[in-house]
Design a protein around this ligand. Structure first.
Ligand code: HEC
Length: 116
């Protein structure tokens, strides 16, 4: 099962598909990190990137990655909980994936908000 995951992850990193994958599964920005840190006070500096890597590697083996934006933020914890068993995620991995998809499903400014 994990081999299928890495197969799709390698497809996703193939040059021709980078743009499509990046759109559906955006990389967290500093603004995303700031919003997530407000939501999860214990957020680590690599949590969102780690969550994204887990999402790409472990959630793409059976179906196309579901873009975070396709669900409202509060729908995601339930979706990830349902899928964690299928994806073989432990509690920590599930939490990281949840943090990533919840954060990236929120309405995000097109560019980082100016510092106040
Ligand atoms: C072992 C195969 C498998 C893996 C791995 C897997 N899924 Fe799924 N997923 C499915 C199947 C099958 C469905 C179809 C609906 C159902 O059976 O619940 C589905 C449906 C979904 C849906 C609902 C899609 C819709 O149109 O409503 C979401 C969201 C989702 N998966 C997210 C994830 C996430 C997040 C992960 C990683 C944590 C993941 N999946 C890993 C098999 C998998």
């Amino acid at each position: 099962m994990s081999r299928r995951g890495s197969f799709w992850a390698s497809i996703c990193s193939a040059a021709a598909l980078v743009a499509a994958c990046a759109t559906a599964v955006p990389r967290p920005t500093e603004g995303d990190q700031a919003r997530a840190a407000a939501r999860w006070p214990d957020l680590g500096p690599t949590d969102l990137d780690d969550g994204r890597a887990l999402y790409v590697n472990r959630c793409s083996g059976c179906h196309a990655l579901v873009p975070p934006k396709s669900r409202p933020p509060m729908a995601w914890p339930h979706e990830v909980a349902l899928m964690s068993e299928r994806a073989g995620l432990d509690d920590r991995e599930r939490e990281l994936v949840t943090r990533y998809v919840v954060t990236m499903s929120e309405e995000r400014p097109a560019s980082p908000a100016p510092a106040e």
